[in-house]
Ligand binder design. Structure first.
Ligand SMILES: Nc1ncnc2c1ncn2[C@@H]1O[C@H](COP(=O)(O)OP(=O)(O)O)[C@@H](O)[C@H]1O
Ligand SMILES: [Mg+2]
Length: 419
């Protein structure tokens, strides 16, 4: 599969580097043994205040995952295959109909969180409730299945003799479509994705939950607020032009973004609308200009409190990566976002630096991951090359020139709408 920046940097290559001590899986597999990989993942993306530490990435076999689905959710598995995952484990599961389950969906995704993420059950519960809330309000998110005990998550304990490790397990319905990473993205689809991002942020303002504060993930490395935290990892870049650019972006972030955070409008961000987390299918609506429509929004693991302008910036950056004309992307995404939530002058003024900052987050974290796993360096660097190229181009053009392109494009939609 083709992998976008965030997905690849830290994702697939981790799976190749596993040590596999055997541990007994007491909770459900009885005397069976499972392979448990303990990976020094570069940066924890789920926990907070713990950016660099050993994280036990679950490594359940397909057979064990089947037993889990049957014992925890009471569903009979007919087919199972692993799905890519960053630092958790995902399986695509097909189930057989039985007389107890005569209807309902037949395809699911089993999600097994790593040990660190599994220590924050409140956060995962809030994320699951958000997925359900969004579905109930008409967004194409998955349904979250209940366990036999009527919970939306189940905590599995693995006892290796010396220690016990816990993994949170969830089952979501499998959504149709393919990742937008696999199709050429038209300006109309970019506009629709921007609009979707804004609708999502706006809808989440109505979401209530007693543990909503668990989304205030203060030191979460992927929150755009925390760009200065990259300084801890910047050594991984060596001494070169890329490092100088990152240092300047961090400096500008401190001077021009950090000082304005209190002027931005706060909201809950999805925070990871990348080209593998949005699924599309051929458009069925006659009134729809785009050939594709969004059929799935995935991966709510990086949700946290941020700002409207963070969501647009993150979406623009991910949509730029595989684009043949990356600089033009921002205008279409911005126009779609602003059709729902027009940005204020201060927010608009920070957009360019925020997009550059997101490139820096992904690129620095990738380089750091690479340092921890030099055996994957060559491959990671090929993937990162596109990101550096885009960041350099943004930086060389400068804020004014990039903004001119983005804002003029966004303006051209205003006249289209008013016609
Ligand atoms: N509910 C779902 N429906 C369809 N495909 C899914 C679903 N959940 C995950 N996937 C597939 O698995 C991949 C990884 O899942 P995701 O939730 O994005 O985890 P990660 O945090 O590892 O990126 C996705 O990019 C997608 O291809
Ligand atoms: Mg994902």
């Amino acid at each position: 599969m083709k992998i976008g920046l965030k997905q690849f940097w830290g994702k697939n290559w981790c799976q190749k580097n596993i040590q596999k001590p055997l541990v007994a899986f007491h909770a459900y597999l009885g005397a069976q043994e499972i392979h448990q990989s303990v990976l020094p993942l570069a940066i924890m993306s789920s926990g907070d205040n713990k950016q660099s530490q050993a994280v036990a990435k679950p490594s359940f076999s397909e057979a064990q995952a089947c037993v889990l689905v049957e014992s925890v959710f009471g569903l009979k598995v007919s087919k199972i295959r692993p799905l890519p995952s960053y630092d958790d484990q995902n399986f695509h599961v097909c189930i057989s109909r039985t007389k107890d389950i005569p209807d309902g969906p037949t395809e699911y995704v089993l999600k097994i969180n790593n040990t660190e993420a599994s220590k924050t059950p409140d956060l995962i519960e809030v994320q699951s409730h958000i997925i359900m809330f969004l579905r109930a309000t008409g967004f194409p998110t998955a349904s979250v299945c209940r366990t036999k005990g009527d919970s939306i998550t189940s905590l599995m304990s693995l006892d290796s003799g010396s220690e016990t490790k816990n993994f949170l397990v969830r089952l979501l319905t499998y959504l149709p479509g393919k990742p937008i990473a696999e199709i050429p993205i038209s300006p109309q689809l970019l506009y629709n994705i921007g609009k979707l991002a804004a609708k999502l942020d706006k809808t989440l303002e109505k979401f209530q939950h007693p543990r909503l504060s668990s989304l205030r993930r203060e030191s979460f490395i992927w929150n755009l607020k925390n760009v200065p935290l990259l300084e801890k990892y910047i050594h991984a870049l060596g001494q070169n032009r890329n490092r100088k650019i990152v240092e300047q972006v961090i400096q500008l972030f401190r001077e021009e973004v950090e000082t304005k955070l209190s002027d931005f409008r706060e909201c809950i961000n999805h925070g990871d609308l990348n080209d593998h987390n949005i699924l599309v299918e051929p458009s069925t609506s006659a009134s729809e200009d785009a050939a594709y429509q969004v059929s799935g929004i995935l991966d709510f693991d990086d949700m946290s409190y941020g700002y409207y302008v963070f969501e647009v910036a993150i979406t623009i950056m991910y949509m730029m990566i595989e684009s043949q004309d990356p600089i033009s992307v921002g205008g279409h995404v911005l126009a779609g976002f602003e059709s729902i939530i027009p940005l204020t002058a201060v927010e608009r003024g920070a957009l360019y630096l925020l997009v550059c900052s997101r490139f820096c987050q992904s690129l620095v974290i990738a380089a750091y991951s690479c340092q921890l796993h030099p055996e994957n360096q060559e491959y990671i660097m090929i993937t990162a090359k596109t990101g550096w190229k885009h960041l350099q181009q943004m930086f060389d053009m400068g804020q004014k020139a990039v903004e001119k392109i983005w804002f003029e494009t966004a303006k051209s939609y205003e006249s289209k709408i008013s016609m």
